[in-house]
Design a protein around this ligand. Structure first.
Ligand SMILES: [Zn+2]
Length: 115
C-alpha cells in the first residue's frame, strides 16, 4: 500500500502549501509547483481508482461490448456479441469474478512473472 501512503503524503503537502499561501500576503510556495503536485496526485489516484470504475456488461453472455442503441425511440443497452439487451453494471473486479465463474478462465490474462 505504498501508493496510498504516497497519495496521502502528497495531499498533505498540497494542503499545507495552499494553506500557507492563503494566509500569506503573497504566495510563499510556487503555485506552478503546487499544480505539478496536483497533477501527480491525480495520476496516482487515477491508478488507484482503476478497479473502481463501473463497467456495463451483458447479463446473458457477460460481454463488455455493450452499446447504446435506439429501439422505438428509447435508448437501450444492447450487447454487440449476442444482441440481448439485459445489462448490468458492476466493478471490473466483480465482473472478472463472474466471468471466471461462467467460463472457467480469467478474461484478462496477466503475464506470468519470471522466477
Ligand atoms: Zn451478450
Amino acid at each position: 500500500m505504498e501508493m496510498t501512503h504516497d497519495l496521502n503524503k502528497l495531499q498533505e503537502e498540497i494542503d499545507r502549501r495552499e494553506l500557507c499561501n492563503s494566509m500569506a500576503p503573497f504566495p510563499i510556495y510556487d503555485t506552478e509547483i503546487i499544480n505539478d503536485l496536483k497533477i501527480r496526485e491525480e495520476m496516482i489516484s487515477r491508478k488507484q481508482n482503476f478497479n473502481n470504475v463501473p463497467v456495463t456488461y451483458c447479463t446473458t453472455c457477460l460481454s463488455l461490448k455493450v452499446k447504446d442503441v435506439v429501439v422505438d425511440h428509447k435508448k437501450v443497452n444492447c450487447c454487440m456479441d449476442c444482441g440481448n439487451t439485459p445489462t448490468a453494471e458492476t466493478h471490473i473486479e466483480e465482473w472478472q469474478d463472474l466471468y471466471k465463474e461462467r467460463y472457467g478462465e480469467e478474461f484478462l490474462v496477466l503475464p506470468k512473472q519470471e522466477e
